[in-house]
Design a protein around this ligand. Structure first.
Ligand code: ADE
Length: 240
């Protein structure tokens, strides 16, 4: 997969050299390129923004600078992703869909955002998704780009060493949060580990994990419980 990230703060993306994403890059599984938007400016001050039409506080990113950059980076296969607090929610389902694509281009806005004509223009040429990480406002799209690259890259075949670790995690196919996990020592700070996990009884462990995942999801994310499909529940689930 190829991913291009465009930002006026390319240094913000430095963590993408580390850990699993860094390894995916050096091994060639991920061709990730970070670009400085100002490289596409033509004036002495390398200007990327201007005052908003209609007035108001803050600055808006100019469509002409973004247009020059994106005309160069977007090919036929590319999917343009624009992080913005007014976008559609980015979820594990979004990450799964994006992991099946060949080329993503992330356009990181700053200030009050990117002139709306940029998304409109590229939507008539190809795929464009404006997405939000959640209901809060960040200073720009860079952190969102880090999130997308990490969430997508770990789903690419070969990036996570043991693919089984992708199976039972929160927001997986079951639509539940993950059950609590424990390791050694068996007693810490006066706290033990649930007996069932030390029992070696695989069926009981699986049942306990399912029950605690459901309880946790009900307590922390009732919105997810509402979205569960009845056919995915068994008699024991329904008795909880
Ligand atoms: N840019 C600023 N806030 C954001 C958010 N919540 N999600 C994605 N991009 C953003």
């Amino acid at each position: 997969m190829r991913i291009d990230v465009v930002s006026i703060f390319p240094e913000y993306l430095a963590p993408l050299d580390l850990s699993l994403v860094g390894k995916a890059r050096t091994s060639g599984l991920l061709d990730l390129r970070v670009h400085d938007l100002r490289d596409w400016t033509t004036d002495r001050h390398r200007t990327v923004d201007d005052t908003p039409f209609g007035g108001g506080a803050g600055m808006v990113m100019r469509p002409d600078v973004w247009g020059t950059a994106l005309d160069e980076l977007l090919d036929e296969d590319a999917h343009l992703l624009v992080p913005t607090p007014s976008g559609e929610p980015f979820t594990q389902r979004t990450a799964e869909a994006l992991a099946g694509e060949s080329h993503l281009v992330l356009a990181c806005g700053r200030y009050e955002g990117i002139d709306a004509r940029v998304a409109e223009h590229y939507r008539s040429h190809g795929r464009v998704t404006e997405f939000s990480l959640g209901d809060y406002v960040l200073n720009g799209g860079e952190v969102a780009a880090l999130v997308v690259v990490e969430a997508v890259a770990r789903l690419l075949p070969g990036v996570v060493g043991n693919p089984e670790s992708l199976v039972e995690e929160s927001h997986g196919a079951a639509g539940l949060l993950e059950y609590p996990v424990y390791t050694k020592p068996p007693t810490w700070a006066g706290l033990g580990v649930p007996d069932v996990l030390l029992s070696g009884h695989h069926a009981r462990i699986a049942r306990w994990r399912r029950d605690t995942a459901l309880e946790r999801t009900a307590a922390r994310r009732p919105d997810l419980v509402a979205g569960l499909r009845v056919e995915d529940l068994d008699a024991h689930d329904l008795a909880l």
